[in-house]
Ligand binder design. Sequence first.
Ligand code: AMP
Ligand code: MG
Length: 491
Amino acid sequence: MTIHFPFQNTYAALPDSFYARVAPTPVAAPRLIKLNRPLALHLGLDPDLLATPEGAEILAGARVPDGADPIAMAYAGHQFGHFVPQLGDGRAILLGEVIDTDGIRRDIQLKGSGPTPFSRRGDGRAALGPVLREYIVSEAMAALGIPTTRSLAAVVTGEHVMREAVLPGAVLTRVAASHIRVGTFQFFAARGDNDGVQKLADHVIARHDPHAANAERPYHALLEGVIARQADLVARWLSVGFIHGVMNTDNCSISGETIDYGPCAFMDHYDPATVFSSIDEMGRYAYANQPKIALWNLTRLAECLLPLFADDKDQAIEQAQIMLGGFAEKFTTAYQAGLRRKIGLFTARDGDEALVQGLLDAMAKSQADFTLTFRRLGDAARDSDNDSVRQLFADPTAFDEWAVRWRQRIADEPQSAAERHAAMRAVNPAFIPRNHRVEAVIEAAMNRDDFAPFEQLLAVLSRPFEDQPEFADYADPPKPEQRVLQTFCGT
Ligand code: AMP
Ligand code: MG
């Protein structure tokens, strides 16, 4: 029996300069530790077949399924502001594309599947810890309704990888609307390959911005599309306290999905300067810097597209600047609308921005937990005697003072307390992948080969907006001794 994936390989049909054809490297003893069955069905794949030993071999890169045309994609990128003209998939291999049940084309990629011509000095492998982290956080993001790559499967390889220690190896099967990054455009632009830039732009238009094909200026419409998606994405990140950690241009997706989960993390207490990543010494990718960095990345994309905008360079730059100038408003509109919903407002009024900022300032001063403050604010909206939210503030009177203004504001809207409570619960999650929980899951898997905590955490995070009283402690912030202060790339 051979497993057939209904692959289409449109990226592999682009010119040779776009990728290197390379098959995954087989591994010693593949063992499937997780298969995302609902996602498999959504992709039109048979989960029962994927769960067979042969399926596990495919998901480990030990066997190439029928219909695949495996490639490692070429890309460049600015890493912490420094340009690297060639990065590329050093440990990832695109098997092909399938059309999901919504009619959307999805890449299926193995991450950690062995060396490629882009591996530089790396081994092409992934360690189990980062694979589990990416699986958990990407699936949590999806459940939160935030655009993201998905995780179809995780496999342990039966081999070890050498990092700061000897670690178990693993392969993640990643699903994305595409793996095209800002850095993919940079790869061609840096080589002066305008034809490559144009072919890539045409591919992106067909795939992500079909409306742009009929626009008066298709390449302008393409950039506008990417700007709009990134503005919306970063606004959503901020609304749940997510910190990507490595917003390099090669980790900035053209499709507007969150991609490349490395030292990412959700913050516990609210502090806009929060940084977790051990490699982000300057705080370049701190929580509150993310909109600014997204714009910086989009500016690098616009630079690549200049030759497509106009023959005259000055004119092209002027047009790019106008489009990039639209980012701030798009971001702010999405961000403020999200915050208004988080504090239970159904309407927009002058003064709302200051009202929300008042809460955030009090939270920052009082080290209030970001997720729980908004979740419990919903309870306080229904029941004015409920004091669970004020208890989150080191200085509860700071919350009380703010709440007077807030209660006046919501009293002006016609919705009932029950309606407001329901609306707030639908946007303010109870459960996020808290760092200490993720670390505990990884520890159990690595040291005891125990994947039950992983399954349990995934189950809780798949329903983030439901109370799940039996798992109430998963909503708790870390105790002081549980706090995770740093996260690592683990590459
Ligand atoms: P990342 O930090 O995962 O976004 O990766 C940055 C670059 O390093 C990409 O080009 C990766 O393909 C490459 N890379 C990361 N880890 C490895 C590895 N273990 N082996 C080969 N290349 C890697
Ligand atoms: Mg990357």
